[in-house]
Design a binder for this molecule. Structure first.
Ligand SMILES: [Cu+2]
Length: 104
């Protein structure tokens, strides 16, 4: 009986850990564009924007802003609520994208 409870506890702990772990999606900033331009993720996931371009870029929305991301640097953000964000670079108005976060 004790063994059964112990096994159940281990299984439940593994399930909780599996649910809580978010994925990290990589987006590159290259040739003055986000790639991929649109990203669909779940609540709890993270996006890492990596600047592999020759100039600094930003990831800017109406609500939050990465600040300047220099070439060779990256910016990571955890999305803890559902929503849709239009993103753009403050330095390059044509550099736009979108992040859609759906409930898990
Ligand atoms: Cu830019």
């Amino acid at each position: 009986m004790k063994k059964t409870i112990a096994i159940m506890f281990v299984v439940m702990a593994a399930m909780v850990a599996g649910c809580a772990r978010g994925a990290e999606v990589k987006v590159s900033m290259k040739d003055f564009a986000y790639s991929p331009r649109e990203v669909n993720i779940r609540v709890g996931d993270r996006i890492r924007w990596a600047n592999i371009d020759v100039e600094a870029h930003t990831v800017t929305t109406m609500i939050w802003d990465s600040g300047a991301i220099e070439p060779g640097k990256s910016y990571s953000r955890l999305f803890d609520a559902a929503g849709s964000f239009e993103i753009k670079c403050q330095f390059h108005p044509d550099m736009v994208g979108r992040v859609a976060v759906t409930a898990r």
